[in-house]
Design a protein around this ligand. Structure first.
Ligand SMILES: CC(C)(COP(=O)(O)OP(=O)(O)OC[C@H]1O[C@@H](n2cnc3c(N)ncnc32)[C@H](O)[C@@H]1OP(=O)(O)O)[C@@H](O)C(=O)NCCC(=O)NCCS
Length: 171
């Protein structure tokens, strides 16, 4: 398996993979695949990595700029992340996250935040200390990993393309 930055020729495969992976998830409104396209269009897709095997995209993760209480401060958001359903729970998601965090650090990022199931991200170093909020979501789902500086406190906001897309059921 190769983990590499997305190429323009991967865009449709990423869309299909994301739609397929999220389709069975009760927390999905189908917005995740369109969000990736929207982030790409608005120039907010900071980092987009694919896991490729035998020329097929079997995993993908996106990272984009976030703000905390309106300040970017070198923070990025992880997501959406998807692994082909029949290849889940084999370490592919973790490998994508690990490579993404490494590349963010190399760019001098201060940290990375995400909204998701703590069981999936704890092993990659994410945790919630209750200081980050995302709307009125239970703060246990708002997790972060700090690379440098203090633990951030405040309201997490993703790029406009992400936030606008998250409210709109996609296809
Ligand atoms: C979430 C997802 C990307 C994880 O990718 P993956 O390749 O299956 O994950 P990995 O095998 O690398 O496992 C990473 C960790 O998550 C845990 N995990 C994976 N799937 C899990 C699940 N459904 N429930 C609880 N824990 C899970 C693993 O046990 C592992 O924990 P560890 O680091 O403590 O060992 C993948 O399951 C997926 O595409 N899901 C559908 C889309 C989705 O829900 N995306 C995330 C929304 S928050």
């Amino acid at each position: 398996m190769l983990i590499r930055a997305e190429l323009p020729s991967d865009e449709d495969a990423i869309h299909e993979l994301t739609a397929t992976a999220f389709a069975p998830m009760p927390y999905s409104n189908g917005s995740e695949a369109p969000i990736i396209r929207a982030l790409r269009s608005s120039g907010d897709l900071t980092l987009s990595l694919v896991a490729e095997e035998d020329g097929v995209v079997i995993g993908h993760v996106a990272f984009s700029r976030v703000t905390i209480d309106g300040v970017h401060g070198g923070w990025f958001g992880l997501g959406p992340i998807s692994v082909q359903p029949e290849r889940q729970r084999q370490g592919i998601g973790k490998a994508l996250i690990s490579e993404g965090l490494k590349r963010l650090k190399e760019r001098g990022a201060a940290g990375c935040a995400l909204i998701g199931n703590p069981e999936v991200y704890r092993g990659s170093g994410f945790e919630s200390d209750g200081l980050l909020a995302y709307g009125d979501l239970d703060r246990r789902y708002v997790q972060r990993i700090v690379f440098s500086g203090p633990s951030p406190r405040g309201v997490l906001k993703f790029a406009d393309a992400f936030e606008a897309g998250a409210d709109q059921p996609g296809s």
